[in-house]
Design a protein around this ligand. Structure first.
Ligand SMILES: Nc1ncnc2c1ncn2[C@@H]1O[C@H](COP(=O)(O)OS(=O)(=O)O)[C@@H](OP(=O)(O)O)[C@H]1O
Ligand SMILES: Nc1ncnc2c1ncn2[C@@H]1O[C@H](COP(=O)(O)OP(=O)(O)O)[C@@H](O)[C@H]1O
Length: 174
């Protein structure tokens, strides 16, 4: 793993359209600039392959996050910093992933972008579909999101730029 003094896993959690993928890509790009090997594990991508058999029930979400955590742990053991972008709505699932890493090696980044902002962005039209009753179990709309109790970082992306988040998150990186 990377030195326990700096995170080897950055875990980005928040509602759909909170800005997880955007921040994740920017983090990987900045780590690359700093010549640190890194990889973005994104919920959308995992669900196209490794988790293609899973749906959006609470049980399937738990299994999805378990798989993501195990992949992140393997990558970290190869000294690759892993940036994970998952809705990951349940505190217990996130805690299980945290427990896979040494103290200080896991940084939870909670994007607290308000629901109305996420629903206004709605790049995939999910909130509109949920309002029309075409889909159900949309996190934040008719499925729960458990707010992290003690994340290492918390940002509302309607008030914080990507650059400002990067400075706050990577300030400690050499
Ligand atoms: N009902 C419902 N609830 C939440 N999300 C939904 C849903 N239906 C589809 N999607 C899309 O799937 C992406 C969430 O996948 P995740 O693997 O991150 O979800 S989870 O962590 O297992 O809960 C999520 O991606 P992001 O928008 O990037 O968050 C959505 O685009
Ligand atoms: N910091 C930000 N400021 C303004 N808009 C943002 C910010 N981060 C993301 N967005 C916009 O919000 C939308 C959803 O972002 P995305 O990263 O795909 O979210 P998520 O991965 O959480 O679903 C996109 O249209 C993106 O351009």
């Amino acid at each position: 793993m990377a030195s326990p003094a700096t995170p080897s896993c950055y875990w980005i959690t928040g509602l759909p359209a909170a800005g997880k993928t955007t921040l994740g890509r920017a983090l990987v790009s900045e780590l690359t600039k700093r010549q640190l090997q890194s990889f973005l594990l994104d919920g959308d991508e995992l669900r196209r392959g490794l988790s293609a058999d899973l749906g959006l029930s609470d049980k399937d979400r738990a299994e999805n996050i378990r798989r993501a955590g195990e992949v992140a742990r393997l990558m970290a053991s190869a000294r690759i910093r892993v940036v994970c972008a998952f809705v990951s709505p349940f505190a217990a699932d996130r805690q299980r992933v945290r427990a896979l890493f040494p103290h200080g090696a896991f940084a939870e980044i909670y994007l607290s972008t308000p629901l109305d902002v996420c629903a206004g962005r709605d790049p995939k039209g999910l909130y509109a579909k949920a309002r029309r009753g075409e889909i159900s179990a949309l996190t934040g709309f008719d499925a729960p999101y458990e707010v992290p109790a003690a994340p290492e970082f918390e940002f509302d992306t309607s008030r914080t730029s990507v650059d400002d988040m990067l400075v706050r998150i990577l300030g400690r990186e050499a």
